[in-house]
Design a protein around this ligand. Sequence first.
Ligand SMILES: [Ca+2]
Length: 199
Amino acid sequence: MNKFIQLCGAIVLSGGWLLAQAQQNLLSNGDFSNTNQVSGWTPSSGALRWSSDDADGLGSSGSMEFDLPSTVGAVSGCFAVVPNATVNMTGKNRVLAGTDLFELIRFRCSIYSDAVCQSSVLEVLDLRGQGTSSTWVEMAASPPAPPDNSSTLPPTARSAHCEIQLAVLPGNSASMLFDDLSFSSQAATPVTLQSFDVK
Ligand SMILES: [Ca+2]
């Protein structure tokens, strides 16, 4: 065996790094599967309710219910974001009562330059729901957002929070459920390359 082949036979690669695209929902309890139900969400008026009606039919999860006109919104906790990350939003809504009575159905996430969601807003991303369906429907991006709802965060982005905003035609009552709310970041994360020998 010549030296070259001996050398090749001894090559061992280990501990190398690859970059993989991993998608992670940064929004806490966006699927309302927490045993504390609507934990992590604060009503902007009135009170929030947890519903056992789950958008995916899961017995271990539920959704967040808004009863208007008393409860017209809710805000998530503040969470960290990675500058320049590619993000996208998804969510589902269902009219429980008051089909065609909603004036506004919005799932909105605001991006901040400080770590605690207190600075002026750098960017707003949002989805619009449908007020015409009594079954679960996917929320859709508001133009000019691309169809896949993806966006690149500003280089100064540090934190974000999300909110639900609702309005009903004056003098009316209505109820709506939300589930599967997601603000996902697609960040390059290192993955350990497994060792291998060249024989
Ligand atoms: Ca759920």
